[in-house]
Design a protein around this ligand. Structure first.
Ligand code: 5RP
Length: 302
C-alpha cells in the first residue's frame, strides 16, 4: 500500500546551480555576487509573466537585466509591479510596462533582495525602507525568488545584529518605539528611529526617514535570539501604531545565493508539494528506512 508522507511542513532542497565560480582566483566583490544572483533569478522569468520588481542594490541588477532582455526581444509581454517609487522610476526608465496590484492581484513571480535569510528561508527585509510594498506584492506571487550574496545567510533571524525594521505611523512614534523595545527586552532589543542627515546649505539637521507610504521606520537591534518568529510577528502586528514589520516568514519559495564557491539555489517545498511528489513513488509500509530516505532525497533533489 502506498503511504503518505510523514508530517513535514516544508523542506529545503538545495542544489548548486551549473556555474561554479571558485575555479578562478579572482575574489568577487559583494556587488558582483549580487549581480550573479540577480541574473540567475531572471532566468526564471518567462514572456507573458506579471513580475514583482524588488527594491535595493541586488534587486536593481534584476530589474536592469529584465529591461535588457526586453530590449533585446528575448522577453515579451511582461508586466512589472514595482515595490517602491525608486524601482518604479528605474523600471520606467528601462521601458518595462508597469501596473499595480489593483489591476493584477496575482503575480507569476517576484524577485527581490533580503537583509537576512535563515535556514528555513525566513527573511528580514526593509533595510532599504520598502518593506510594506514589498510584503504586499511578494505576498501574492506564485513564486517569490530571493536573491542574496552569501553574507546575508544567518543562523537565526536577527543574528546579524543589524536592523530589523518596523514601519510605524508617525503619530507618537516614541511611544510605539518604546513599546517595541519593551516587548523584545528578553532579546536585549534596542529600538531606534531611522533618520538621515540633511543640509539646506545653511545648517545641518537630522530628520526622520519617511517611507513611500508617509510612515516612519523603527529599527530593532537584537542581542539574542527572539525565539518563536510567528509569535513575535503576531505581537508586533497587534501594537496599534505598527503598520508592518520586516520579517517575511514562510514567503520565499526560492533563494538564490551567490558566493565565492558558486551559486546555490535553495527551494522551499511545501507539504502539499512533497505529498504530491511522494505519490509518484510507490512506498510500501515495510520499506526499509534506507529506501524511504532514498525516495525522499530523490524528491527533494528533483
Ligand atoms: O528589503 C529591501 C528593501 O526594502 C532590500 O531588498 C534589502 O534591504 C536588501 O538590500 P540590498 O540588495 O541593497 O542588500
Amino acid at each position: 500500500m502506498a503511504i503518505p508522507c510523514p508530517h513535514f511542513n516544508f523542506a529545503i532542497s538545495e542544489k548548486p546551480a551549473m556555474e561554479t565560480l571558485s575555479q578562478s582566483p579572482v575574489v568577487l566583490v559583494q556587488d558582483e555576487l549580487k549581480k550573479i544572483a540577480a541574473y540567475k533569478a531572471v532566468e526564471m522569468v518567462k514572456s507573458g509573466m506579471v513580475i514583482g520588481l524588488g527594491t535595493g542594490s541586488t534587486a536593481k541588477h534584476a530589474v536592469d537585466r529584465i529591461g535588457e532582455l526586453l530590449r533585446q526581444g528575448k522577453l515579451e509581454d511582461i508586466i512589472g509591479i514595482p515595490t517602491s517609487t525608486k524601482t518604479h522610476e528605474q523600471a520606467l526608465s528601462l521601458g518595462i510596462p508597469l501596473s499595480d496590484l489593483d489591476s493584477h492581484p496575482v503575480l507569476d513571480i517576484a524577485i527581490d533582495g533580503a537583509d537576512e535569510v535563515d535556514p528555513e528561508l525566513n527573511l528580514v527585509k526593509g533595510r532599504g525602507g520598502s518593506l510594506l510594498r514589498e510584503k504586499m506584492v511578494e505576498g501574492v506571487c506564485k513564486k517569490f525568488v530571493v536573491i542574496v550574496d552569501e553574507s546575508k545567510l544567518v543562523k537565526y533571524i536577527g543574528a546579524s545584529g543589524l536592523a530589523m525594521p518596523v514601519e510605524i505611523v508617525p503619530f507618537c512614534w516614541k511611544f510605539t518605539a518604546q513599546r517595541l523595545q519593551e516587548f523584545f527586552e528578553y532579546a536585549g532589543c534596542v529600538a531606534k528611529l531611522r533618520t538621515f542627515a540633511s543640509s539646506n546649505g545653511m545648517e545641518n539637521c537630522v530628520l526622520p526617514f519617511v517611507t513611500d507610504n508617509g510612515n516612519y521606520l523603527v529599527d530593532l537591534y537584537f542581542k539574542g535570539d527572539i525565539g518563536d518568529l510567528k509569535a513575535a510577528s503576531d505581537a508586533i502586528l497587534r501594537l496599534a501604531g505598527v503598520v508592518e514589520h520586516g520579517m517575511f516568514l514562510d514567503m520565499a519559495t526560492t533563494v538564490v545565493v551567490a558566493g565565492e564557491l558558486g551559486v546555490t539555489i535553495k527551494n522551499k517545498i511545501i507539504r502539499e508539494e512533497i505529498l504530491s511528489r511522494l505519490y509518484q513513488f510507490t512506498i510500501y509500509e515495510d520499506d526499509s528506512p534506507q529506501i524511504l530516505v532514498f525516495s525522499l532525497r530523490k524528491i527533494l533533489m528533483s
